[in-house]
Design a protein around this ligand. Structure first.
Ligand SMILES: NC(=O)c1ccc[n+]([C@@H]2O[C@H](COP(=O)([O-])OP(=O)(O)OC[C@H]3O[C@@H](n4cnc5c(N)ncnc54)[C@H](OP(=O)(O)O)[C@@H]3O)[C@@H](O)[C@H]2O)c1
Length: 431
């Protein structure tokens, strides 16, 4: 039977938000045949067989163990939507690849942390390992970087890759509410996980930017090398002061290539209010990609949710059906360039510093002198009226400076008698 009229039997492990969304989509589109052949779900696996599901699964073979589904003779494509970097998701993906079955997954943790070894296995078996839904949900970021821009040399990628953080920061900004309040509400509404660490700690965004960096720069993912700071320490005071200076605070994930190597970072960062990243509010995701020849590309859209994410999974299934094969990353797995991490201390950029100082004369002069002596040049200065008896916030932005120089300057400022606490550093996004 040719690929055009073949029936592709799909096994789906994980029937939660994304898995349920995929089954709903396939139920609404019986005979989904994007590449000529037809997609038919034959087997499913989840933790609990008896859990009520939005979609009727009685017609599918049930597997208690996703690994058994992955190996089953009943399926041609294995779709992993369980989640987690290790455990059953990894075991099942390995089992499917080892059995020579194409794998589609939405699992960024798995790809960011084990992508290199899984790519070796997939390519040794000559089967695709696809993960469009792992980055930016419904926005085809992986395809853009891996396929559409393969004729260019990407220099940098920067964007908002975690919808939960973007939602929380947007609510803090618009509603003037503290981080803990907004997080609690987001958890009540189901926008944030009961354990929000992966999202608010910046780790989820770091998984995604590590994958994009690998695809963009032709290296294996190196999540361990990512520099990660989440939004849990973002203070309402800084959101207001940043706005007074013409910026909005966003959790920006970035990957930059230079002669020294690759720098992958996730930080709360300031974006100018008029910039598209500052304007991407709520749960939206947004991404800038800069290439040597094409210049800059900007995409924005839903980074999560059952419908958008399932659409990306379905697109990967369609790709498997076309029979097209390319390396999992940008080069054959055995030939991927080593990922050389750049020391963040050597990176250059503009910064925002917020100090709490005693309300007494000479403080601004002392801070300015200390910065000048340390080699940091001030771009703008803002002093707010007294907000409480214990201190006055002053905020300044710097011209581009090496991070090591900036950190040394902060250490010195923190030691000034009039400075009440260690200055808060936020980077101004290079976008
Ligand atoms: N949610 C999104 O919008 C989104 C967007 C992009 C990517 N992703 C990724 O997609 C994947 C799935 O996310 P999700 O939000 O759909 O997760 P979810 O709603 O928590 O669903 C997880 C599913 O996995 C099943 N499962 C858990 N442990 C299992 C085990 N040991 N054996 C078999 N099945 C097991 C669960 O079974 P029960 O139903 O029986 O509990 C559930 O059906 C993750 O990698 C996630 O990062 C999600």
């Amino acid at each position: 039977m040719s690929a055009r009229n073949k029936i592709w039997r799909v096994g789906v492990a994980g029937l939660g938000t994304v898995g349920g969304g995929l089954l709903s989509f396939l139920a609404e589109r019986p005979g989904f045949a994007p590449a000529g052949g037809e997609v038919v779900v034959t087997g499913v696996s989840a933790r609990s067989r008896s859990r009520p599901r939005a979609v009727d699964i009685s017609a599918y073979s049930w597997f208690d163990d996703p690994v058994a589904l992955a190996r089953s003779e009943e399926i041609d494509i294995f779709v992993e939507l369980v989640g987690g970097s290790d455990g059953p998701a990894k075991a099942a993906v390995e089992a499917a690849l080892a059995a020579g079955k194409p794998v589609v997954t939405a699992n960024k943790a798995l790809i960011a942390e084990h992508g290199a070894e899984l790519a070796v296995l997939a390519e040794s078996k000559g089967v695709p390992l696809l993960f469009e839904a792992a980055v930016m949900g419904g926005v085809p970021a992986v395809k853009i970087v891996r396929e559409a821009l393969v004729g260019d040399d990407i220099k940098s990628i920067a964007g908002i890759l975690n919808g939960t953080c973007n939602y929380i920061l947007t609510e803090m900004d618009q509603g003037g509410r503290a981080f803990a309040d907004v997080l609690a509400e987001a958890q009540r509404l189901g926008y944030a996980e009961a354990d929000p660490t992966m999202d608010v700690g910046g780790f989820d965004a770091a998984h995604k930017i590590s994958i994009l960096a690998a695809l963009a720069f032709g290296c294996a993912p190196n999540y361990a090398a990512a520099e990660i700071e989440g939004i849990d320490q973002v203070d309402l005071l800084d959101i207001g002061l940043a706005r007074d200076l013409g910026y909005r605070i966003k959790l920006v994930a970035s990957a930059d290539r230079s002669a020294d190597g690759v720098l992958v970072r996730v930080h709360p960062s300031l974006a100018p209010l008029s910039h598209p990243l500052a304007q991407a509010g709520g749960a939206l995701n947004a991404l800038f990609i800069e290439g040597e020849r094409i210049g800059r590309i900007y995409v924005q859209g839903p980074g999560a949710g059952a419908g958008p994410t399932a659409a990306a999974v379905a697109a990967d299934i369609a790709d498997v059906m076309t029979g097209a094969m390319r390396p999992v990353f940008q080069a054959p797995a055995g030939e991927l360039a080593p990922f050389t991490p750049v020391d963040p201390a050597k990176s250059f950029g503009r910064a925002y510093l917020r100090l709490m100082v005693k309300d007494e004369p000479g403080v601004i002069a002392a801070v300015s002198e200390t910065l000048a002596e340390a080699g940091v040049s001030i771009e703008s200065f803002l002093q707010k009226p007294v907000e409480n008896a214990s201190g006055v916030p002053i905020v300044l932005t710097t011209h581009a400076v090496a991070e090591s120089v900036l950190t040394a300057a902060i250490d010195r400022i923190a030691g000034l008698p009039a400075v009440l606490e260690r200055p808060r550093l936020l980077r101004i996004a290079r976008i």
